[in-house]
Write a protein that binds this ligand. Structure first.
Ligand code: SF4
Length: 402
């Protein structure tokens, strides 16, 4: 285990940040969720022909390195600390199958208060708390430290890299402009790093919000009016002066790169228009913080869409940011179902799926048509291969029965 970190508020707390810190004999638990058949498909170029069906996969799909790490850390925790109370700060990853496995092992979830900070009242010395792959607010780590628990921190390294960028912004007096989903664990954890360093942030979710913020930079909308329109976008009591402030952009690692770049362009142009290039160079910073694994999956899906497909199945949690963005990319190119597992393919006539345009999850008709033989299949970064095997088997059974 790593060197114990002392909390200023309480007893010493062990923090485990790497699998190797558990000591000799650790296991790579994520390998249990790989499937021989899917690994073979990866090796052989992404095609599977069976029962008159052709399944075509993109070059990159399924578990990313961050999810591998989180699964290794939490299941190793369950083995090493059997008999101790184990809590998670949030869902480990956004995948119902893996979260179900953890519930079966007795892992519990901590509650969050109205400010989205962890409620630690029920914790006692000797408990184990696993920080999810998304990370958590720096104030949570402080309060866990005060409880004398062991923290197993599975925060993905790609997210920690964004934190370093945000911390640097804060130290140099820049407001972090965060492109991300305000209610997403990763976004909350990332913007908290700005606060930790004495800075602040504004979270914007999409291009429309960026255009409104640009009108503030241009002096056309007051700062107070903007903050009133988006009450959850900045810390309580936050004030800023567009005429003098500095802004630095970051984004949630799983956003659409094109959208993040467009937002950067909108805000940068507003600075140039009002203040000129020289001032913009001084007062506006941008940096693309989309993670490589997310980008690989998005690019590979675009390549897959060049092939003729009758149906595209996108498999991943309905609350998984990277999976929902895969569905957005494919939307309009091909008939698609975004499903969480094979169970959502209820019958050839019935599918439970998420609409990528509205985000609504509903039961719809026409899961599979016998004339559909060319099936594209991809999966979000938190979807295990074993889930894909079940999806393939379900489509094969539909074909046989129709
Ligand atoms: S999608 Fe990227 S940031 Fe998220 S866990 Fe995977 S590697 Fe890390």
């Amino acid at each position: 285990m790593s060197t114990p970190a002392a909390s200023e508020k309480g007893p010493k707390t062990n923090i485990i940040k790497k699998l190797s810190e558990f000591g000799a004999g650790f296991s790579h638990h994520h390998e249990k969720y790989e499937a021989v058949g899917i690994s073979e498909i990866r090796r052989s170029g992404g095609m599977l022909s069976v029962d008159g069906l052709t399944f075509r996969f993109p070059e990159h799909f399924g578990f990313c390195y961050g999810v591998d790490k989180a699964i290794d850390m939490v299941f190793e925790t369950c083995e090493r600390f059997a008999g101790r109370r184990i809590f998670l700060t949030d869902q480990l990853i956004h995948n119902p199958f893996i979260n179900g496995k953890l519930r079966e092992k007795g892992v519990r979830y901590l509650q969050r208060d109205a400010r989205h900070l962890l409620v630690t009242d029920e914790l006692r010395s000797g408990d184990i708390v696993v920080v999810s792959a998304f990370g958590t607010d720096f104030r949570d780590i402080e309060s866990l430290g005060a409880c004398g628990v062991t923290i197993v921190d599975s925060t993905c390294g790609a997210i920690i890299n964004v934190w370093k960028r945000v911390e640097g912004y804060a130290r140099h007096g820049y407001i972090t402009i965060m492109h991300g989903k305000r209610n997403h664990e990763e976004t909350r954890a990332t913007v908290s790093q700005a606060v930790k360093e004495g800075g602040s942030y504004i979270t914007i979710e999409n291009v429309a919000e960026a255009r409104e913020l640009a009108t503030v930079v241009l002096g056309e909308l007051s700062e107070a009016d903007f903050l009133r329109r988006y009450p959850g976008a900045a810390p309580e009591g936050f004030r800023f002066e567009a005429a003098t402030c500095k802004m630095g952009m970051a984004n949630q690692t799983t956003m659409l790169k094109g959208e993040s770049l467009e937002i950067q362009g909108i805000l940068r142009q507003a600075f140039v228009t009002r203040f000129g290039e020289a001032v913009t160079a001084e007062r506006f910073r941008s940096f693309d913080t989309i993670c490589g694994a997310t980008q690989d999956r998005q690019d590979a899906l675009r390549q897959l869409l060049r092939h003729p497909l009758d149906l595209l199945l996108i498999v991943g949690g309905f609350n998984s940011s990277n999976t929902t963005h895969l569905a957005e990319i494919a939307q309009g190119h091909v008939p698609l179902h975004h499903i969480e597992s094979a169970d959502d393919l209820r019958s050839p006539d019935e599918v439970r799926s998420r609409d990528p345009r509205t985000g609504a999850v509903a039961v719809r008709d026409r899961a599979y048509d016998p004339s559909w033989t060319r099936i594209g299949l991809t999966a979000g970064a938190s979807t295990p291969d074993v889930t894909l095997v079940d999806v393939i088997e379900k489509i094969r059974s539909f074909r046989k029965n129709t």
